[in-house]
Design a protein. Structure first.
Length: 424
């Protein structure tokens, strides 16, 4: 019996006794993006998800999110071409102004100097989007004559975005089948660039690892406190409409709920709702192992909180909130990064010490944002360019814009804790 036939079988005999989850309502339906058409791509992903649920019961939010974002045939990042920018679904800081990537670049070099400028060294970026931040960083690295011994390693799952990155960063590139990297190229100043699907394939060399709006795209498990204890939130088919999904709570303890309660009991205290990405934990562990064997540092930048929020899972389509359970694969799914949990993952590796999180505003100010803006304004060729620069600066730094919602979180090798802090 294939899964779909099994699905039909189970559908007939299944009792819909799961308890639905109540969430903060989205804006009125009129303000939500209504799917223009149900493409074959979205239809098949929806059918695939339905078959899984019908065959084995409601699925964890992490499984839903993983399929919707990265299903090889129909996942959002695998098939959508315009995800970033004014024509896409969302805009990120590096796309708002060159000042962002330039200051991150200057910070990276400053940290590298503190480590004694080890060579060879590599810049590793997880989920580089259009490659804009890396391009701005490389301009700074070139201007400060620090390209000797440098190579660039990009971890990118989207075929389309990897091509956009290659055309921005390289003079030309080659695809590979029998190498750990699937593409390679060279920048106009001669720096080699490589593309991978997984961090574990990136060479073991002193690395400056950057992740901007990457951790928020990693699948999360959602847990909710009910009157009879903690439950995992799952995705089920809506019994009132065969074509819709809904959130329900697990009837019994799920394996990931057990893992959460056993491994992070202090997080459960005093909270009603928790979102955890166990993929983040695996990445932090890998980063810690790299630090231990080859040295390096990492900077995670994302929107997030310190544990004061619980239910943040949502979707964006054309810059508007979208129901994450509608038309899967057509919109970006995201959840705020819980930095208090990320911090615990770092502590648990015993190979990482952390600095921050600090707000985007204070990081950019510390990195010299005002001075850099003054230089750019002086060089601006028109009033229009000046306006663009000041508007971008405001959006990046103001508290009610991206200044406080976005956080910078630094990871360093535990062994260097004392000497690093002494160097500050
Ligand atoms: C929200 S975008 C951020 C892009 C860029 N960092 C920026 O801020 O403009 C997420 C990026 O991560 C990539 N991505 C998402 N999930 C991934 C995964 N599991 N492995 C590798 N790349 C992934 C996407 O294709 C995209 O490039």
């Amino acid at each position: 019996m294939n899964v779909r036939i099994a699905g039909v079988f189970f559908q007939q005999f299944r009792s819909y006794s799961y308890k639905p989850v109540k969430r903060v309502p989205l804006p009125p339906a009129s303000k939500l993006e209504v799917p223009e058409s149900t493409s074959t791509k979205n239809f098949s992903l929806r059918e695939e998800l339905k078959s899984r649920i019908l065959a084995s019961g409601p699925i964890p939010v992490a499984s839903y999110m993983r399929q919707v974002l990265t299903n090889p045939a129909a996942g959002y990042y695998m098939t959508s071409e315009d995800v970033l920018g004014s024509k896409g679904d969302f805009v990120t800081s590096p796309e708002i102004g060159q000042i962002f990537g330039e200051l991150v670049g200057a910070w990276c070099l400053n940290e590298w100097y503190k480590f004694g400028s080890p060579v060879p060294y590599q810049l590793v970026e997880l989920g580089p989007g259009k490659g804009t931040m890396m391009s701005d960083i490389l301009r700074v690295v070139g201007n400060l004559k620090a390209t000797g011994g440098l190579s660039v390693h990009l971890v990118e799952i989207s075929e389309h975005l990897s091509k956009v990155q290659a055309s921005l960063l390289c003079r030309g590139c080659t695809d590979h089948k029998d190498e750990p990297f699937y593409r390679s190229g060279v920048t106009s100043s001669g720096t080699k660039v490589y593309w991978y699907r997984h961090l574990e394939d990136v060479p073991r060399v002193f690395s400056i690892i950057l992740a901007h709006e990457f951790f928020d795209a990693l699948p999360i498990h959602k847990f909710q406190k009910e009157s009879d204890g903690w439950k995992e939130v799952l995705v089920d088919i809506d019994p009132n409409s065969n074509d819709k999904f809904r959130f329900v709570v697990s009837k019994a303890e799920t394996p990931m709920l057990r893992l959460f309660l056993n491994s992070l009991p202090e997080i459960a205290n005093g909270r009603e709702h928790v979102e955890i990405s166990f993929e983040s934990e695996a990445l932090i562990r890998q980063i810690g192992e790299r630090f231990h064997s080859n040295g390096g540092l990492a900077l995670i930048v994302d929107y997030g909180h310190l544990g004061e929020k619980g239910d943040t899972f949502r979707a964006f389509k054309r810059h508007k909130l979208h129901d994450p359970l509608v038309d899967p694969g057509s919109a970006d799914l995201t959840a705020d990064v819980d930095f208090s949990i990320l911090n615990q993952f770092c502590e648990r590796t015993s190979q990482v010490f952390t600095i921050g999180p600090t707000s985007q505003r204070s990081f950019l100010e510390m990195a010299g944002a005002k001075d850099r803006l003054a230089v750019l304004l002086e060089r601006a060729k028109s009033e229009e360019e000046k306006r663009r620069l000041t508007d971008g600066f405001r959006i990046l730094t103001e508290e009610n814009q991206m200044g406080s919602r976005f956080k910078f979180f630094g990871l360093y090798p535990k062994e260097l804790r004392e000497s690093y802090l002494g160097l500050k």
